[in-house]
Design a protein around this ligand. Structure first.
Ligand code: CP
Length: 297
């Protein structure tokens, strides 16, 4: 019998460009045809979230339900990890319980790569500051619905870029899709982004097709953060929004710190795609789970 290769989505580098386009196309297909999802009733998924989450966790749970996958969300407050069991033994235990896919969110930058060899498909639901690949895929899906294609579109990413795993994955994906990236970072860009230009928000906002604002990662800042200063230089208010191009949109992965990254006055603005991002998060995760399982029914 031919051995089936276990697929992982630990980083976007796990996907070829054609696989990326296929996932984006399937996300749109399942959004438009929500009843046409395949049935994976013999497969099992476990969701392990060591950091807080609403969008990613719930959308993975609902995506698995739509695919009829047997699902469990581990309650980490009452698991045997609290008795000293290691994450590796925990995953071996889940494997012995016939779990096929693990979705993992963890503060570690590299744990996600260390558990790839344990014989379960791993999906990165947020790893430290290094990656959140399904967020970048769902964001690309929203932009493709808006602009048909991303190539040559000017995409601004603004805010706490160095600390943001959403930025890391979006920068990687948008480069591969041929976007013209504009960054507006609160601090000097870290080494891996030195090939990109750091713009002032007031300059970039007038030129971009999509502006992506990032959550300030308060938990990753050692020194106290000056919210007023941030808001003045990196916040989107109605005045800045009115300077955007007619067809331009703004996005935010959530959760939003209202009054910090985005002003309350633009909450329901027609240019916002924030809730569209949440909706496409569900169908992108359906497409990702389908990609993992489709050759392995
Ligand atoms: N965008 C995002 O990852 O949101 P959650 O932390 O709510 O999952």
């Amino acid at each position: 019998m031919q051995e089936v290769k276990i697929k992982h989505l630990t980083a976007l580098s796990d996907l070829s460009l054609s696989e990326i386009f296929s996932i984006l196309e399937n996300s749109r297909f399942y959004f438009q045809n929500p009843t046409k999802t395949p049935n994976y009733h013999t497969k099992t998924i476990a969701h392990l979230f060591f950091e807080d989450s609403t969008r990613t966790r719930v959308s993975f749970e609902l995506a698995a339900k739509r695919l009829n996958i047997i699902s469990t969300s581990m309650d980490l407050s009452s698991s045997s990890l609290n008795k000293g069991e290691s994450i590796f033994d925990t995953i071996e235990t889940l494997k012995a319980l016939n779990v096929d896919i693990l979705t993992l969110r963890h503060k570690s930058d590299d744990l996600i790569y260390k558990i790839k060899e344990l014989g379960i498909s791993i999906v990165n639901s947020g790893s430290g500051t290094t990656g959140h690949p399904t967020q970048a895929l769902l964001d690309a899906c929203v932009m493709m619905q808006e602009f048909k294609e991303i190539k040559d579109k000017k995409i601004l990413i603004c805010g706490d870029i160095n600390n943001s795993r959403v930025a890391a994955s979006n920068i990687e994906l948008l480069k591969r899709l041929g976007a013209k990236l504009m960054l507006s970072s609160i601090e000097e860009l870290k080494d891996e982004y030195q090939d990109l230009k750091n713009y002032s928000l007031d300059e970039a906002i007038t030129q971009c097709d999509a502006a992506m604002f990032l959550r300030v990662q308060h938990e990753r800042h050692k020194n106290k953060f000056d919210i007023d200063d941030y808001n003045k230089n990196f916040g989107l208010n109605l005045d800045r929004l009115n300077k955007m191009k007619d067809n331009a949109i703004f996005m935010h992965p959530g959760p939003v710190n209202w009054g910090v990254e985005l002003h309350d006055e633009i909450k329901s603005h027609a240019k916002s795609r924030i809730l569209k991002q949440v909706t496409m998060g569900l169908f992108t995760r359906v497409a990702v789970l389908d990609w993992i399982l489709k050759d392995n029914k």
